[in-house]
Design a protein around this ligand. Structure first.
Ligand code: IPM
Ligand code: MN
Length: 369
């Protein structure tokens, strides 16, 4: 029997609600595959600050480092926006990513056929859209030094540093090429090489890495153009490889192709432990109301099964349960349309329950076989 230690970090806002729905699915699927789980939970973000005076404790970090996988809900909220930068909820997430060494953030943008009408774009634009964004996660302007705010001659200014080294670009590029090899063998590397020095190094390095993957087609695109192409003709993309800040922005934009940011899961990978989190953030305005969409968190559990637990079949089962759930017309508020009579509005918990039931309905035929 396989055994895994999983750490959950539910965090702030809707984080706890979506995490508990996702944990339910993780337990459910592991039960099916005869895998035993030990789950330990830690606080992160604003709730950790409230309890411990720090957005992440050393103990939480140590437990994450010893685990087989980490599932995170969300961090942040207006309540903690004025805190000193090292005490902010976001600082905990950045530190966690850095200390786990998860330099490649995979954000699959899969448009379910039945959700095309939920997007703000025209349905025909969304036909067949299936993109994987590979975002560099532990470098770039998020981490570059120096960074400071200072006053000179009575004028206040701030400095952030956009810095990338060749090894940092190489390792994330390899992850993107490896992912592309399992898909349609096409990568679009996105940068701002017409202006930025670091982007010129990015482009040169990605071109060199491409030499190791002769079967993969590489193209380059400037980030402003990519932002436009994502809404003009998203089907042209398969794997998008980009830096930390560009990836942050483009993935929120791409999320809207799926109908809602509540649909986008992510896997942050390095050479060891994986960190799994929905892309949507803490959404404090709808927290605690049982209306948040847990599908991104549930799909993140599928990614955990795939990339950290070696349970590919379980991953596929969760993903098809999500498709089946949507095809049956079940919707959370963010993707629900009053006009469509075939849709049933469900809450966060009920969504988790329904996905659990779908997973177990599937088990019966196998047992009878
Ligand atoms: C994300 C989030 C984070 C980021 C924030 C919360 C620090 O927006 O995961 O996309 O910018 O990386
Ligand atoms: Mn973001």
């Amino acid at each position: 029997m396989k055994h895994f230690n999983i750490v959950t970090l539910p965090g702030d806002g809707i984080g706890p609600e979506v995490t508990s729905a996702a944990v339910r699915i993780l337990e459910s699927v592991c039960g099916k595959y005869d895998v035993s789980l030990e789950i330990s939970e830690h606080k992160i973000g604003g709730v950790s600050y409230e309890t411990f005076g720090t957005p992440i404790t050393e103990e939480a970090l140590e437990d994450c480092k010893k685990s087989d996988g980490v599932l995170l809900g969300a961090v942040g909220g207006p309540k903690w926006d004025t805190l000193d930068k090292d005490l902010r909820p976001e600082a905990a997430l950045l530190r966690l990513r850095k200390e786990l060494g998860v330099y490649a953030n995979l954000r699959p943008v899969f448009v379910h056929k039945v959700l095309r009408s939920a997007s703000s774009l025209k349905e025909h634009v969304l036909e067949g859209v299936n993109i994987l964004i590979v975002r560099e996660l532990t470098g770039g302007i998020y981490f570059g030094r120096p960074r400071y705010t200072q006053e000179e001659d009575g004028i206040t200014f701030s400095v952030d540093t956009l810095r990338y080294s060749v090894p940092e670009i190489e390792r994330v590029a390899h992850k993107a090429f490896e992912a592309a090899a399992k898909r349609s063998s096409k990568i679009c590397s996105v940068d701002k090489a017409n202006v930025l020095e670091s982007s010129r190094l990015w482009r040169k390095t990605v071109n060199r890495v491409a030499g190791d993957y002769p079967e993969i087609t590489l193209e380059h695109m400037l980030v402003d153009n990519c932002a436009m192409q994502l809404v003009r003709h998203p089907k042209q993309f398969d794997v998008i490889l980009t830096g930390n800040l560009f990836g942050d922005i483009l993935s929120d934009e791409a999320a809207m192709l799926t109908g809602s940011i509540g649909m986008l899961p992510s896997a942050s990978l390095g050479d060891g432990i994986g960190l799994y989190e929905p892309v949507h953030g803490s959404a404090p305005d709808i927290a605690g109301q049982n209306i948040a969409n847990p599908l991104a968190a549930i799909a993140s559990v599928a990614l955990m099964c795939r990339y950290s637990l070696g349970l590919e079949e379980a991953a596929e089962e969760i993903e098809s349960a999500i498709s089946e759930f949507l095809a049956a017309g079940y919707r959370t508020a963010d993707i629900f349309s009053q006009q469509n009579k075939n849709e049933t509005l469900l809450g966060t918990r009920e969504t988790g329950e329904r996905i659990h039931e779908i997973l177990h309905q599937k088990q019966e035929p196998t047992l009878k076989d």
